[in-house]
Design a protein around this ligand. Structure first.
Ligand code: PEP
Ligand code: MG
Length: 601
């Protein structure tokens, strides 16, 4: 249903709001305006408070505890069974700790005693007892045992939810359009959201380059993060306006606010129609320089939207989402089918398949990864794959096999050193040999590239370039690692400066090292779709910009307004600036002059 009809039908019902509305200022991370009805999703960690029960309700409360334990046991055993089937006993081992906690007679007796002694609710008593156990674990010296706190917390949350008869809101099967208001959403929650019925979301946690925000942009779902008060003050069913441009969420809006936003929504729809009409025009500067535009995708299904709406190739396929939302790891054939489908659908354009980039803020519950103090600096991406050759080789064989069916390039994430790249290339060779031995066809000349997203790689780009066919600059990580500012932490957003002169210099230097070695460069981080910064990328000579597909129209408009010699002058001045603010001021003056409408205000 078009948004406008949805509005007329649904908002008329809200003319007399139950109580005064309010608005919350957060950070807009996915552009667009959406108006609809709230779905408030509780925290993963439920808040528990004590309630006094009449003495005759105590026995029933203990019964509720027992039923929840039985239900939790059955759920965990089922999970364990599904994981064992495909991964074997080792990976399913993580559930043993959960099962032991649920079946622990001492814990159960303590909780029962507390319910009787205080005449209190079972969820409170259970969480009280578990808190004592967690505190005891915190004091243990052995790091492995200390880490079992996570198991304790996980299983405790499950049991508390079962005592209360709650289930986590199932965003995958929403029956009606809703704006989701949540404390936090993981990348996997976002990936599995119902595509048509989640029409926007706002969270308390998150940042512009967290993978949840990236996913929202890919799906074209307006989103706001850092909107903390929302969860406490909004109620299910409230009317909500969510403005992903300005980062504002208005709950129970006034008729004046509604009418203002309906006008803005109409203007937004008209703008998108105008931009859509330009799809067939080339992405070319006024003075005739062509830039390759491409789309980033997280899910194989997105390929059809990219093809239909934009007719470009895929500059980054984040394959980790193939691994995330499933009970077991995808085997070689499953992966091969997914890669082959994307390659065939996008043909005659090409697809860059990035090997598994797990870790950081993307986790797999079915791989028992040790928890790390600094996951973004830990065993992530290529580091993880080099430690798990079984998984890496399976993926490489699947990619190679799919390369026989379309234009596939492969790329390794998070390379920091030449040895690491050589080792990854060694596994690629081994995968080729294994396929040769099986007599399976593949493209023997498939391009191989790396992501430049660690400052060390940017600084030795001239040493890495001779080993590969292309670079793809991952600015999301390059910025966080260069400026030591966590990309997903709202408190460090002010330090995370894409326009920092250090970043501009790195972009220029990586491009010039690549140029000297005759290889091409793409930018696939979020900077590629920042209207203010894109002219710098063109000025640096970057050949390809890859971004979430809803940004492509806007970016083509910008490119078609640029003169290359002006972009070159712009970057020459930017690398000489002292601060990010100076760089942004230069860029803003330029973009306001050539294409003010792309700023989306
Ligand atoms: C990047 O780091 O810029 C990038 C594109 O990779 P990801 O966002 O998936 O880490
Ligand atoms: Mg990255």
């Amino acid at each position: 249903m078009p948004l406008s009809s949805f509005l007329t039908e649904n908002l008329a019902k809200n003319e007399a709001p139950a109580s005064a509305g309010f608005s919350v200022q957060g950070l807009g991370v996915s552009a667009g305006i959406t108006i609809g009805t709230a779905l408030v999703v509780g925290c993963d960690t439920p808040t528990v408070s004590e309630q006094k029960l009449p003495p005759d309700a105590v026995a029933a409360e203990i019964d509720r505890l027992h039923q929840a334990l039985v239900q939790s046991l059955a759920e965990i055993e089922e999970l364990k069974r599904r994981v064992t089937e495909v991964l074997g006993e080792r990976d399913a081992g993580i559930f043993d700790a959960h099962l032991m906690i649920v079946a622990d007679a001492a814990i159960r007796t303590e909780v029962e005693a507390l319910i009787r002694a205080r005449s209190c609710n079972a969820d409170f008593a259970f969480s009280h007892v578990m808190r004592r156990y967690t505190q005891r674990l915190q004091q243990v010296e052995d790091a492995y045992i200390r880490e079992r706190q996570t198991d304790l917390r996980d299983v405790s949350n499950r049991i508390i939810r079962n005592i209360r008869g709650e289930s986590k809101a199932d965003l995958a099967h929403l029956q009606e359009p809703r704006i989701v208001l949540a404390h936090d959403l993981s990348p996997s929650d976002t990936a599995s959201m119902h595509r048509r019925n989640v029409i926007g979301f706002a969270t308390c946690l998150g940042s512009r380059t967290s993978h949840t925000a990236i996913m929202a942009r890919s799906l074209g779902v307006p989103a706001v993060v850092g909107a903390c008060e929302l969860i406490d003050r909004a109620r299910n069913g409230d009317a909500v306006i969510l403005d992903g441009y300005r980062g504002v969420v208005i709950v129970r809006p006034t008729p004046e606010e509604l009418s203002e936003y309906q006008d803005r929504l109409r203007a937004q729809e008209e703008w998108f129609q105008r931009v859509a009409a330009e799809t067939s025009l080339p992405a070319e500067t006024i003075d005739g320089f062509r830039v390759q535009l491409a789309a980033n995708i997280e899910l194989a299904d997105e390929v059809m939207t990219v093809k239909r709406a934009h007719g470009v190739g895929i500059g980054l396929f984040r394959t980790e989402y193939l691994f995330i939302n499933r009970p077991v790891l995808p085997d070689e054939d499953t992966q091969y089918e997914a890669y082959r489908r994307v390659a065939e659908e996008i043909h005659p354009q090409s697809v860059i398949i990035r090997t598994l980039d797990i870790g950081g803020d993307k986790f797999l519950s079915h791989l028992s990864l040790p928890s790390e103090l600094n996951p973004f600096l830990g065993i992530r991406a290529i580091r993880f794959c080099l430690k798990r050759p079984d998984l890496f080789l399976t993926q490489l064989r699947a990619i190679l096999r799919a390369s026989a069916h379309g234009k596939i390039r492969v790329m390794f994430p998070m390379i920091a050193a030449v040895e690491e790249l050589r080792e990854a290339l060694g596994y690629l060779d081994q995968a080729r040999k294994e396929l040769d031995a099986r007599g399976v066809p593949y493209n023997h000349h498939m391009d191989v590239g790396i992501m430049i997203e660690v400052p060390a790689a940017a600084l030795i780009a001239d040493k890495l370039a001779p080993l590969v066919n292309f670079f793809s600059i991952g600015t999301n990580d390059l910025i966080q690692y260069s400026l030591a500012a966590d990309r997903s932490n709202p408190s460090t957003t002010y330090l995370y400066q894409p326009g920092h002169p250090a970043i501009v210099r790195m972009l220029r230097d990586v491009q010039s090292a690549a140029f000297r070695h005759g290889i091409w460069v793409s930018v696939c981080g979020e900077v590629a779709s920042e209207p203010l910064l894109a002219p710098l990328l063109l000025g640096a000579g970057i050949q390809e910009l890859s971004m979430s597909s809803p940004s492509l129209g806007r970016m083509k408009r910008l490119i078609r307004s640029v003169r290359m010699h002006e972009a070159e002058e712009l970057i020459a001045r930017a690398v000489d600036c002292s601060t990010a603010a100076e760089v942004l001021a230069l860029c803003e003056t330029y973009v306001r002059r050539i294409a003010p409408d792309v700023l989306g205000e």
